[in-house]
Write a protein that binds this ligand. Sequence first.
Ligand code: A3P
Length: 307
Amino acid sequence: MENQNLLPEEKWWGGQNLQQINGFWLLPMMIPGIQRAVAEFKPHPNDIILASFPKTGTTWLKSLLYAIINYSSLDSLVKNSPHDLIPFLEVDVYGESSKSNIMSDTNSCDATRMFNTHIPYQFLGETFESSGCRVVYVTRNPKDTLNSLWHFVNKWKMDEQAPWELEEAVEQFCRGVIPGAPYYEHVLGYRMASLKNPGKVFFITYEELKNDTNTHVKRLIEFLGCPFRDDDKKVEEIVKSCSFEILSSHEVNKFEECRPWFPMPNNSFFRQAEVGDHKRYLSEEAIERIDALTREKFHKSGFIYGI
Ligand code: A3P
């Protein structure tokens, strides 16, 4: 990957610039970890990778994956943040303050290791394909994704920092210049991979999962090859333990202190958890603008989603 000093830069928010690698805009502090993950990560065939664009339901899927694979220790979700149960590939494993023992703790080829990542398929596709690991990708409609990110950034900004104005956020989202963006290319990269190889890449939307959690959790259980797909009691228990209401009520997830790798506390990953919450914030004009882009990017490529 390119030398970080020579990368194209654009202003984002709060005095921070983003740098562009292969068409994606990234926070400079994340780039070394991303570059190392791309260069060094060698998944085992039975690894499970949760991939997502930020704010699309990562925390929810982390808890569901953990609960499915570790059904007998479901109560770990009471005492631990889902982010502590599944390591973040480009930060916890390959980032500058990575916990060096993560890989050696879980190096047995028989163990099911799980990681999450926001790295685009365009960067990691070959790594995934050559290893045979399974990938679960969650996405969310673009307006709720942007709305969730806008709240996330503004809730925890430092007092002295100016807010991230919503109009500016919409403009930057549409230009594809927010961290991890362009959103549309991120989603389409994983969607194409899932169409090509549905046995290895499971693609789910936040809205489907909200609408009928049990059915989609059963699909996920089947994809992961776990034996209890038809055990309704277990499925109910998993769904309940990972519900927004239950998860956000645990003390660990109400924790206000910042995580070591990011200036965000555990409770910043739980807000409203509603489909369509953007309608309370985005103007008609902003909605029309994002919808037009969604038609252009998703619908024209055959993915009728996001409006
Ligand atoms: P809102 O900001 O719309 O409330 P991520 O985990 O990718 O950062 O996404 C965060 C979004 O998922 C937030 O959306 C958050 O409230 C929501 N969320 C967190 N846990 C959830 C759960 N168990 N069920 C449904 N949504 C959840």
